[in-house]
Write a protein that binds this ligand. Structure first.
Ligand SMILES: [Ca+2]
Ligand SMILES: [Ca+2]
Ligand SMILES: [Ca+2]
Length: 194
């Protein structure tokens, strides 16, 4: 009788644990996706411009840069702020081959002076010296109406537009800019690079 009772107790406890484990998973919301929703996975996000603007998010700048460069730079600083002070990282991004998976064309920041939340824009090649547009994103999803500063890489200049699909006011073609200015601050909804 004692062993049967012990078994019954164990079974009940296991059943309770089973329920405790299963419940949170079944209560979780579906994975987020789509331009308008907050990205899942962390605040360090990469937009793959040539891949339908797919967004991958991570919990460190290191992982985000590894994703953005196709695994070619895996030792960037953990946080984007110290990466900003690391001019060597900028040189390394600019020194990536001209084509191939994982060319960083720009990093867009929420705050002035390349600070705060950011999105890394990665593509399959850099830019050139002519006026034709190499890359564009027609909407910024969860980064809509946030951009205050940006750095360009791979010989790119950027043009920021007030509305999606390159509508409304625009900044004109700019090199890296530590403050986008009052008129376009927190207004950008689409970007082109040339
Ligand atoms: Ca901002
Ligand atoms: Ca061009
Ligand atoms: Ca806007």
């Amino acid at each position: 009788m004692r062993s049967l009772s012990a078994y019954a107790t164990t079974f009940t406890a296991a059943a309770a644990i089973g329920i405790a484990i299963v419940s949170p998973a079944s209560a979780s919301p579906a994975p987020s996706s789509g331009a308008g929703r907050a990205p899942a996975g962390g605040d360090d996000c990469v937009v793959h411009v040539a891949d339908n603007a797919r967004v991958n998010c991570f919990d460190t700048f290191t992982k985000a840069i590894a994703d953005a460069t196709g695994g070619r730079i895996v030792d960037a600083p953990r946080d984007g702020r110290s990466a900003l002070a690391d001019s060597g990282l900028g040189r390394r991004l600019d020194a990536l081959p001209e084509a191939g998976p994982g060319i960083v064309i720009g990093i867009e920041y929420d705050n002035a002076e390349y600070d705060g939340q950011y999105r890394i824009y990665s593509s399959g090649s850099g830019c050139d010296n002519d006026d034709d547009v190499e890359w564009k994103v027609d909407s910024l999803g969860s980064f809509n109406d946030m951009i205050t500063s940006f750095r360009n890489y791979a010989d790119c200049q950027a043009n920021h537009f007030e509305h999606i699909d390159f509508g409304g006011a625009s900044t004109g073609w700019l090199d890296s800019t530590s403050n986008i200015g009052e008129a376009m601050n927190d207004q950008s909804s689409s970007i082109q690079w040339r």
